[in-house]
Design a protein around this ligand. Structure first.
Ligand code: C2G
Length: 130
């Protein structure tokens, strides 16, 4: 069984998120998703996500192509998570291209093209400007 692992915040869930999870699952048999914690987001962006961690986990775990979810506590723990879940392939959007090549000894790394013209930041901006 080929296991895929991917990571993300998935705040204000949108079709770009669906597209990457759907394509990630199509690369194997079992999809594991690390949903970044509220604290990790705060330390990266100095703001908390709009949707809290528990709600983001609930949304991701209810998708038909997602088999397992967990909370991603730190960007630096990628290798530990990959080993813990025995993942064969790490999938990330190409906004992260090259950033996780350091785990390549442990598993394959594939960067998939992002869905154009949609992002959480853009949705927040549009809503804010109305
Ligand atoms: N994504 C995409 N197309 C978009 C928007 C996002 O393919 N239009 C992908 C991103 O490339 C990423 C995933 O959806 O692979 C989740 O995106 P974010 O929620 O923005 O995740 P991010 O904050 O980048 O967190 O360890 C890495 C982090 O947890 C990633």
């Amino acid at each position: 069984m080929k296991k895929i692992i991917t990571f993300g915040t998935f705040d204000v869930f949108h079709v770009g998120h669906i597209n990457i999870l759907e394509r990630a699952k199509a690369l194997g048999d079992y999809l594991i998703v690390g949903v970044s914690s509220d604290q990790l987001n705060f330390s990266k962006k100095q703001r908390y996500p709009i949707y809290c961690q528990d709600d983001r986990l609930k949304i991701i775990s209810s998708l038909k192509f997602v088999d397992e979810v967990f909370v991603e506590e730190s960007l630096d723990l990628k290798l530990e998570y990959i080993k813990k879940f025995n993942a064969d392939i790490l999938v990330m959007g190409d906004d992260w291209a090259g950033r996780f090549d350091w785990v390549k000894d442990e598993c394959s790394v594939i960067y998939l093209p992002r869905t154009p013209s949609i992002s959480t930041t853009q949705i927040i901006e549009i809503v804010r400007s109305k």
